[in-house]
Design a protein around this ligand. Structure first.
Ligand code: ATP
Ligand code: MG
Ligand code: FE
Length: 337
């Protein structure tokens, strides 16, 4: 039962082979960061074209690594949304065509369900019910997960996503594209306590977030400062602390409200070391289990899509023989397994 997973929702081409019995057999990732760097952001049409160029070679590399050939593939999973429509269509068309040629089922996977399930690829996987904190470049959501496929939104950002706030703040302070991970890196050298930013919306009830005001606070602090290298690190540290503490406070609140004893964290910001440490401390203090994917599976990858697709295909789900994508897609509308 080897399932081929294809991820092309944005600017990384991810491919993987997952087998329900043997686990992850192979995975490959190609990042288009260098292609988009000169524009300071993802250019959708360039992204689509590069997926076309990179996808099949990555599929062949995965098959070679797993010691398999195309007829050994028993199902295909591709990201069907949300994401850039042209980029999604490349993966959907390739995945659908491959499945049709091989006479195997294909399933369109929700990108955020892929992120959410990535921690389940690790040893001793958590089991529902749990609360999921999804923190990526386009989303910041707290989800109640009663079963795989049954997702209830508890709260979300009203403006910028956490990763987007990292990226935009980095850009404001002149860090190279893509700024988020670089901002986290320089925050390590920052002096604690020199700057302090607010923890937005933690002083009122509810589980929604807002990160756009924080970005403005940082801009004003940066403009008012000497703009030295050390100041940049100090501001980065204070910004990261504000985001991380806000995420931790709301996650703890969601756990308390739901009564769940497990928190699952996923999405690119899940790779943040400060967030991992802060939630590990929460786990120590409260006894709640906190599960992360390995850092490489926090950001976009094919493994999470192969895994989510394998679960859905094993449950007998598959798509009609047509190519369809959903650039916007509400996770609460997904069928249960
Ligand atoms: P979405 O999944 O919502 O469609 P996306 O696919 O672009 O968005 P991901 O690939 O999950 O998002 O994650 C990328 C985001 O994670 C970027 O915004 C990036 O800045 C952020 N990110 C990656 N590493 C770190 C880190 N170490 N600290 C903070 N943010 C990080
Ligand atoms: Mg990306
Ligand atoms: Fe993503």
């Amino acid at each position: 039962m080897a399932i081929l997973g294809i991820e092309t929702s944005c600017d990384e081409t991810g491919v993987a082979l997952y087998d329900a019995r043997r686990g992850l057999l192979a995975h490959r990732l190609y990042s288009q960061v260098a292609l988009h760097a000169e524009y300071g952001g993802v250019v959708p049409e360039l992204a689509s074209r590069d997926h076309v160029r990179k996808l099949w070679p990555l599929v062949d590399e995965c098959l070679a690594e797993a010691g398999m050939s195309r007829p050994d593939i028993s199902g295909v999973a591709y990201t069907a949304g949300p994401g850039l429509v042209g980029a999604l269509l490349v993966g959907a068309a390739a995945g659908r065509a491959m499945a049709w040629a091989l006479g195997v089922p294909a399933v369109g996977v929700h990108h955020m369900e892929g992120h959410l399930l990535a921690p389940l690829l690790e040893a001793d996987p958590p089991e529902p019910p749990f609360v999921a904190l999804l923190v990526s470049g386009g989303h910041t959501q707290l989800m109640q997960v009663d079963a795989i496929g049954c997702y209830r939104l508890l709260g979300q950002t009203l403006d910028d996503a956490a990763g987007e706030a990292f990226d935009k703040t980095a850009k404001m302070m002149g860090l190279p594209y893509p700024g988020g991970p670089e901002l986290a890196r320089i925050a390590e050298r920052g002096v604690a306590g020199r700057f302090r930013f607010s923890r937005p919306m933690t002083d009122r009830p509810g589980l929604d977030f807002s990160f756009s005001g924080l970005k403005t606070q940082v801009l004003l602090a940066w403009q008012d400062s000497d703009q030295s290298g050390q100041t940049r690190c100090d501001i980065a540290r204070a910004f990261q602390e504000a985001v991380v503490e806000t995420l931790a406070i709301k996650s703890e609140r969601a756990l308390r409200d739901s009564g769940a004893r497990t928190l699952v964290v996923a999405g690119g910001v899940g790779a943040n070391l400060d967030l991992r440490a802060r939630l590990a401390a929460l786990s120590e203090r409260t006894g709640v289990r906190v599960c992360f994917p390995r850092p490489a599976f926090c950001t976009d990858n094919g493994a999470m899509i192969a895994f989510a697709g394998a679960l859905r295909i094993s449950a007998g789900q598959h798509e009609p023989e047509a190519i369809g994508v959903h650039p916007r897609w509400d996770m609460a509308t997904l069928p249960a397994l």
